[in-house]
Design a protein around this ligand. Structure first.
Ligand code: PLP
Length: 368
């Protein structure tokens, strides 16, 4: 069989470019606990992303868990079933009840029109996801939050570098959480971050990710160990040098898919998020009823040809055993998400994907 093509491939700069960073760590012997690379990466990311404050984390999931702790969220939180399971898991780890609300059919993001009816006296926050890096309707969500005095924590794991009508989408809500996992657009092997608007909140988050210590002998909260190591932070500094080229190549791949798939009956691409905003982190297609194969048959066919696409997000979070008993997890409450999860396939997209390999993917989908 020809070389396998995966849905994504982590971006790795040439190894020799990383060696000077390692030599520096070996020389100064600071391995973690907010060392020099950690400080450099926080500053560099604030500049690159256009945000005020950032707290680096060991991964995105611990960052989500800590973001909820930082704002002392309790009770019920409104969220989406159409996401990676860590979104809802972060709520359960805080003893919070997730309340699932359906998504918008065009963006597959939380549908603001459906949020209000899910609000109860126990609701304290909304946790939307910028799914595939497409910005949520941040204004509509903020309006509801303001009306009902709710906090908004964005799971922005897909939204590195995404811009909306007023600058970085990461500046919306009370907090935004990024993931720098190997599969994401910008990676530090494992890693994550919380974007926050003010220095006071940053200080509290920095304490929470360091066991709750405020100084050598004082612990003010039952914090966790969420710190990013120097190796990960150094790798992030190197990645930043390559990120613009990586995003540009993703954009080309996105454009080629859109152009070549548009004539194929039964294959629908999600609407382009727009020139300015996108990071081209995923390329989802929806396999409609008039395509000759079912979604799962197309998925299997691609696999048989060495093309390992992924059905993100199938199953829905609400189909997993720890969620499916909740009243809001019922399919009747989530018709749009249910249908999307049955139709979606995410196609391979990553900077090193060759034109020939992308053509292989397109040809397999087109040949009917
Ligand atoms: C990747 C991802 C996470 C988890 O991030 P990790 O860094 O892997 O812990 C959370 N939410 C969404 C939507 C993700 O895609």
């Amino acid at each position: 069989m020809k070389n396998p093509i995966y849905v994504t491939q982590p971006y790795l700069p040439p190894l020799e470019e990383f060696m000077p960073y390692l030599e520096e760590i070996w020389a100064n012997k600071i391995l973690t606990n907010g060392g020099p690379f950690h400080q450099q990466l926080e500053q560099a990311l604030c500049d690159y992303l256009g945000v005020k404050h950032i707290c680096l984390f060991t991964n995105g999931t611990i960052a989500l868990v800590t973001a909820l702790q930082a704002l002392r969220i309790t009770g019920e939180v409104i969220t989406t079933p159409y996401s990676f399971v860590a979104t809802a898991h972060s709520l359960l780890w805080n003893g919070i009840k997730p309340v699932f609300v359906d998504v918008d059919p065009n963006t597959l993001n939380l549908d603001p029109a459906k949020i209000e009816t899910a609000i109860t006296p126990q609701t304290t926050a909304i946790m939307p996801v910028h799914c595939y890096g497409h910005p949520c309707d941040v204004d509509a969500i903020q309006k509801i939050a303001d009306n009902y005095n709710l906090r908004v924590i964005y799971d922005a794991a897909h939204a590195f570098g995404v811009q909306c009508h007023c600058g970085s989408v990461l500046n919306h809500g009370d907090l935004s959480v990024l993931s720098f996992h190997a599969t994401k657009v910008f990676n530090t092997f494992e890693g994550g971050a919380i974007i926050c608007p003010d220095a006071k909140t940053k200080l509290r988050i920095d304490q929470l990710k360091n066991f709750g210590f405020v100084d050598e002998t004082t612990v003010v909260a039952p914090g966790i160990n969420g710190k990013m190591s120097e190796i990960n932070a150094a790798f992030g500094m190197l990645q930043l040098k390559h990120i613009d080229a990586a995003l540009a190549r993703r954009k080309e791949i996105d454009a080629t898919y859109r152009e070549q798939l548009q004539g194929i009956k039964g294959i629908r691409c999600l609407k382009d998020a727009g020139e300015k905003v996108a990071n081209y982190s995923y390329f989802p297609i929806l396999v409609e009823a008039d395509y000759p194969l079912s979604r799962d048959d197309l998925y299997q066919k691609l696999k048989d040809h060495g093309i390992f696409a992924r059905r993100y997000f199938y199953p829905l979070i609400t189909d997993f055993p720890m969620y499916r008993g909740l009243p809001s997890a019922h399919r009747d409450n989530l018709p749009v998400a249910t249908v999307a999860a049955q139709k979606v396939i995410c196609l391979p997209i990553y900077p090193a994907l060759t034109q020939a390999d992308q053509q292989r993917v397109i040809d397999r989908i087109a040949e009917h």
